[in-house]
Design a protein around this ligand. Structure first.
Ligand code: ZN
Length: 755
């Protein structure tokens, strides 16, 4: 699909939709603006944004400026008003995004220069300093300098660089003023007294440092941002014919004129550049309009900036459907005439396939077993469609600005049926072996299940450090059947990395609400962001689907609670319904704990039906823990978190029915495992043996092994399963995993990627 238009500028640049509203990503689109020399993002950096960047082969490290569209959103703090988007919707992927950028920017051990930028400019909300400041609890880096460009008033300065001018359109909404009670709450927010404040010129902050708060931030008017973006004019054409007729014959003289210098002919005549070079070709302009609900319509349309702005060739609408249908909005659009392309990224969720490669793996694994490797909704896809004058875009849609304007629809992914046909042709051995394994496993009688062995573990994210195409970061969901109630479970999350909510949405489809409401406990093993950056999104979604008297237990290091509480002064988080228990309070050498804390622990025991619950310090970073707990039916579950082999963990987890253990690296990489404080596969299995665990699930694989880690399972090992994203295995099914090993090896016969 393409549209030809009159010639405009001759600078070519492209806009690509990295994400549009989907179960995994923010409702607000993330747009990648691509010039040869520089890359920019507009809109949101929501959860899973960096994974989308990765899956579209865009380079995270090349992005230098991010223009956010959401400012204040405190009205969302009212639980009854669920329609407004939250701050997290716009910034939820920022912690992971910044940490990955910092990692990329880290100088390599071999002394070569780092490959990424060390500078990033974030443009937008006055909440940004506070948001970055809250993140200091888990971002420790000095390689990435973040510069802030805060839009403090209604007419902020124009951003300008070699490629573009960006005019921020600051839209304030006086109808959504923060109530006095909320303002008080913000005024009494925890102050940044913990770390010394870093004051530097030009708003530069180091990732991980506390940031001074601006006084303005307690004023309570909701603010969003739209943008007018215009490329610079290009020089007009050099008219060679005319130059010749005027007597210019030497190439050097042509060069002078092109460099905007006068040339004197032998007869004394002065030839000026304007005599032979046509007028500048004006730059191309597009608008990014963010209008999340009808509440914002009037303030958006009446903004004076639009009347001063250059005429656009394209308008990107990040708006809700009711805004799009509204007569005032439509008549505003009419004022721009017919020669404008309208690209719409509706804020309502759709189901575009986002992580195709990981979906392909799910599809192949589904042949092994229909319930252990369920397909979920990863393969639902939406196509770009034309609705009246609007093109409703999907991720990967691009729009090229240049002599001609061109909208490119991404190629649709093949259907499930045709993919299965391809698999049968390309890997017949796998299909045959998978069929055999499925038969073997499904035949096995399950009448004698030990107590608790019907508990289901769903490994939502099974990779380490940062998300990859195949594996997302850590999250493990336990679905524990409620005694005496058929088909009812309560749920526990053991770690909850970025994108956990999205993965649950794909896994459960229509059952998401039910499964979220069944969540009773989130356990966070340590403060590395790949283990906890998904909690905020889960908490917001959980609050919407549960009764106001329902509580959620969170066990984590104290710093995690500090992060949540500080974040809750900026955005809606149901902190009054969170019961927090520090991992330290559960240590086997139980320290002195307060009466209040011990009451909360017994509240947790009652809610989960626990007989015991203990943590021991892991051998990883400060305040990292391994955990083991026993349910009232005697079933014992142990989870390592991230750690080197930890003997005290064998004690508290002794004889576990289920051990979930990290196994980051292959056996030959023990030196790296020691340096990074992780386990090799063998070390993890040795711990399992020492613990006398009955069933083990290995997970947290290095992203070097995106598909199948090469784990050597000895004959005297306990039952072992290797985790894949979305694997849903009951404890009694782990003994059957051995039947999957041969087909899996056939399926993934590729070598690990080089790091
Ligand atoms: Zn870690």
């Amino acid at each position: 699909m393409s549209q030809k238009r009159v010639a405009h500028g001759n600078r070519t640049f492209t806009v690509q939709f990295v994400s549009t509203s989907s179960p995994e990503t923010s409702p607000i689109p993330c747009i990648h603006l691509f010039f040869d020399s520089k890359r920019y993002l507009f809109g949101s950096v929501g959860e899973s944004c960096q994974r989308c960047v990765l899956s579209q082969q865009l380079r995270l490290a090349r992005i230098e400026d991010v223009f956010f569209c959401q400012g204040y959103s405190l009205q969302n703090y009212n639980q009854e008003d669920n329609n407004e988007l939250s701050l997290w919707d716009c910034y939820g992927g920022l912690p992971g995004f910044l940490l990955s950028l910092a990692d990329i920017g880290e100088p390599k051990g071999d002394g070569k220069d780092s490959i990424g930028n060390s500078k990033l400019v974030l443009h937008g909300s006055r909440e940004l300093p506070k948001l970055l400041s809250c993140m200091r609890h888990f971002t420790y880096h000095d390689v990435l300098d973040i510069q802030l460009d805060i839009f403090d008033d209604e007419c902020p300065a124009t951003f300008s660089d070699d490629n573009i001018n960006v005019y921020p359109v600051v839209i304030q909404n006086p109808t959504l003023q923060v109530s006095p009670a909320k303002r008080r709450k913000r005024e009494h927010a925890p102050k940044d007294d913990e770390n010394s404040l870093v004051n530097e010129p030009n708003n530069v902050v180091h990732l991980g440092s506390a940031v001074p708060q601006s006084d303005a931030y307690n004023e309570g008017i909701d603010t969003h941002f739209s943008y007018v973006v215009q490329s610079h004019p290009s020089p007009g054409r050099f008219d060679a014919k005319k130059a010749k007729s005027l007597g210019i014959t030497k190439g050097a003289d042509c060069g002078k004129l092109a460099r905007n210098e006068n040339v004197q002919l032998p007869d004394g005549t002065i030839i000026k550049p304007s005599d032979v070079i046509g007028p500048d070709v004006p730059g191309l302009c597009f608008y990014f309009v963010y209008c999340p609900s009808l509440n914002w319509l009037e303030a958006t349309l009446e903004h004076s900036a639009w009347s001063r702005a250059p005429k656009p060739v394209c308008i990107i609408h990040a708006v809700s459907q009711d805004v799009l249908n509204h007569p005032s909005y439509l008549s505003w659009l009419n004022s721009f005439g017919d020669n404008v392309s309208h690209l719409v990224s509706p804020l309502e969720p759709n189901h575009s396939v986002l992580f195709y490669k990981s979906s392909l793996t799910s599809l192949a694994l589904n042949l092994l077993h229909p319930t252990i490797f369920p397909l979920g909704t990863s393969f639902l896809q939406t196509k770009l469609c034309k609705d009246g004058r609007f093109f409703k875009v999907v991720p990967r849609t691009t729009f090229t600005f240049g002599k001609t304007l061109k909208l490119n629809e991404p190629e649709a992914y093949p259907s499930i049926d045709s993919l299965l046909d391809t698999l049968k042709i390309e890997n017949p051995d796998y299909v045959r072996l998978a069929g055999k394994a499925r038969e073997l496993v499904c035949q096995k009688t399950t009448s004698m299940i030990e107590p608790g062995h019907d508990i289901q573990l769903i490994t939502l994210g099974t990779g380490s450090a940062m998300p990859s195409l195949y594996r997302n970061v850590s999250a493990n969901l336990l679905r524990i059947p409620i005694f005496g109630e058929t088909n009812k479970t309560y749920n526990i999350l053991l770690d909850c990395g970025e994108g956990t909510l999205g993965r649950m949405a794909r896994q459960f489809g229509d059952r998401l609400t039910e499964e979220l409401a069944a969540l009773r406990w989130i356990y966070i093993s340590h403060m590395h962001a790949d283990h906890h950056a998904g909690v905020n999104g889960i908490l917001q979604a959980w609050a919407k689907v549960t009764e106001p008297d329902q509580v959620l237990f969170i066990t984590a290091p104290q710093a995690f609670y500090n992060w949540l509480s500080e974040y809750a002064t900026l955005d809606s988080l149901p902190m009054d319904r969170v019961v927090f228990i520090n991992n330290t309070a559960l240590r086997n050498d139980r320290p002195n704990i307060t009466e209040a804390c011990s009451r909360e622990i017994s509240h947790l025991f009652n809610s989960l039906g626990l007989n015991s619950l203990l943590t021991v310090p892991a051998i990883h970073c400060a305040y990292s823990f391994c955990v083991a707990f026993t349910l009232s039916n005697g079933c014992k579950i142990a989870y390592s978190g991230d750690t080197r082999p930890c003997l005290p963990f064998c004690n508290i987890g002794f004889n576990a029915d289920l051990l979930i253990h990290e196994a980051t690296l292959e056996d030959t990489m023990q030196d790296i495992a020691i340096k990074k404080q992780h386990c090799t596969h063998k070390e993890a299995l040795d711990i399992a043996k020492q613990m006398q665990a009955k069933n083990v699930v290995l997970t947290h694989f290095s992203q070097r092994y995106p598909k199948l880690p090469d784990v050597h399972i000895e004959s005297d090992s306990p039952n072992v399963a290797l985790a894949f994203d979305g694997m849903a295995i009951r404890i009694h099914e782990i003994s059957q995993f051995q039947h999957f090993v041969e087909p899996l090896k056939t399926l993934f016969s590729e070598k690990p990627i080089e790091s």
